[in-house]
Design a protein around this ligand. Structure first.
Ligand code: FES
Length: 114
C-alpha cells in the first residue's frame, strides 16, 4: 500500500473561468472555494469569511483579493487575511498547477475533517 498522495487533483484549470470560483465539498470537513484570477492564477481558501462565515466563493475576485458578498470585507487570496482595517484570517489551501490540472494540498484540504 503506497502512501497517499500529498496533492489532490481536482480537475482542469480550463473548467474554471477567469475571475470565477467554484466550491469543493469536503466530506466531514469545511467546504473549499477555488478562485481563478484574471492573471490565470488559482487560489484556494476555506469557503467561509473570517467575519461571519459568508460564502467567499460568491464574492468578486479582483487581483489577488476576493470581496465577501455579505459585508464587503476584502480577503487576500494569498494569505487569507482580511485587508484594510478589518481583522481576521481564513485558512489557505496550497494550490499548484500541473499539466493544466489543479492540485490542492491534501493535508490542508482535509484539516478539520472529523
Ligand atoms: S461575512 Fe464576510 S464580510 Fe461579513
Amino acid at each position: 500500500m503506497s502512501l497517499q498522495a500529498e496533492w489532490l487533483d481536482i480537475g482542469p484549470v480550463d473548467q474554471l473561468p477567469a475571475l470565477g470560483a467554484r466550491t469543493l465539498p469536503v466530506r466531514g470537513g469545511r467546504e473549499i472555494a477555488i478562485f481563478h484570477t484574471a492573471n490565470g492564477e488559482v487560489y484556494a481558501l476555506v469557503n467561509a469569511c473570517p467575519h461571519k462565515a459568508g460564502p467567499l466563493s460568491q464574492g468578486i475576485v479582483h487581483d489577488t483579493t476576493v470581496t465577501c458578498p455579505l459585508h464587503n470585507w476584502r480577503i487576500s487570496l494569498v494569505t487569507g487575511q482580511a485587508l484594510g482595517s478589518d481583522v481576521g484570517c481564513v485558512p489557505v489551501i496550497p494550490v499548484k498547477i500541473d499539466n493544466g490540472r489543479i492540485l490542492i494540498g491534501r493535508a490542508a484540504a482535509l484539516a478539520g475533517v472529523v
